[in-house]
Write a protein that binds this ligand. Sequence first.
Ligand code: LLP
Length: 415
Amino acid sequence: TEFINYKNNELFIENIKASELIKQFGTPLYVYSKNHFINQYKKFDNAFSEIDHQIFYAMKSNFNLSVINTFVKLGSGVDVNSEGELFRALKTGIETSKIILTGVGKTKDEIRLGLEKKVLMIKAESEEEVELINKIASEKNLVAPVALRVNPDVDAKTHPYISTGLSKNKFGIDSATALSIYRRRNQYKHIQFTGIDMHIGSQITTIEPFVEAISKMSELYFTLLDEGLKLNHFDVGGGIGVQYNNESSFTIEEFAERTIPLFKRLDCKILFEPGRYLTANGGVLLTEVLYNKQNGEKRFVIVDAAMNDLLRPAIYQAYHHIQPIIKYEGRNDIVADIVGPVCETGDYFARDRKIAQTLSGEFLAIMSSGAYGMTMASNYNARRRPAEILVDENKVIVVRSRETFEHLLWDEKVF
Ligand code: LLP
């Protein structure tokens, strides 16, 4: 991206050298470009300027408070998938009417909290959940704003672990059941059905599955309208793919051009829940090369970041571009596995990757790590999670310090 780029063979995040940040804060280190986030948000928002719409940032992709706040300040709402995410969102001071509560398995406490905080809507993903929301709302003498998450049964053609819109996936309610629940709305005195929702998967790189799903959901919308139920919100979910490795994808303008005509037929507000689109390419994970070695035919570059810091390669065989933060002259390319220190074979960032040779003590950048990086990090092997740095032009803000070993022992007892 224009915000994370080489100048004179040195990697910069906005106006700051990666090497400077490493000197100050050590590795592994997450670094984010604030202006990339802002730019992506504005591109998305502008693409849909001709229709009544609202973005709800899917904070599961990057829930650092300063990242959430960057979007909130631009007018974004947030999509929260748990009590913990709701707690984080509220810390930014966001109006609760700009929060949507999602989740295939919400607990009673989560539903209760959502109602108390008066979120814009709760998405229900089963008939039992609709009943529970109705019950909890009646105990509180409230009317709960609810959207059904419909599973449109379309193939998003993405990695099976992040495909969510097929009927064999655990998500949502099939159209027939959804229709029957909406029809029986009078049975739920403490629910007002305000919307309809879908989310068919993540890292989707063709527009077709969206068009297909939006069309199917529109049919449902019009059936309900005919029967006297006017929904206010049509929630398209997230899932728009980004480029990790020059894969062919679509631009947000192309996406808008194809979908706006479909949205215009509906007389309601269109909601979007992008995560990755806003954050993925705005982050890098910087790591030190510890060792180079050869086992038989195979070469390994062992770095100080690991699967606990960035899980995506290990669980989705995800591609992340990896490059030295300084392009030295006269270095040959090697083909190697780039791996971390964790005690598992799955702990790798790249396999048989062609990369310029880097010596121990030099540094690599694992690109496109702004989405589902830190939010999926763990303390496996009792490793401290990395610090997170937000760069805004010349400004460097430590938006989360590296964990200490004391943090890791929080409230634990030796019995
Ligand atoms: N809305 C809902 C209901 C979702 O479940 C998700 C993502 C989003 C929005 C945002 O999707 P996005 O725009 O970011 O594609 N950990 C995986 C991705 C899991 C996505 C889960 N749901 C990965 O690293 O690829």
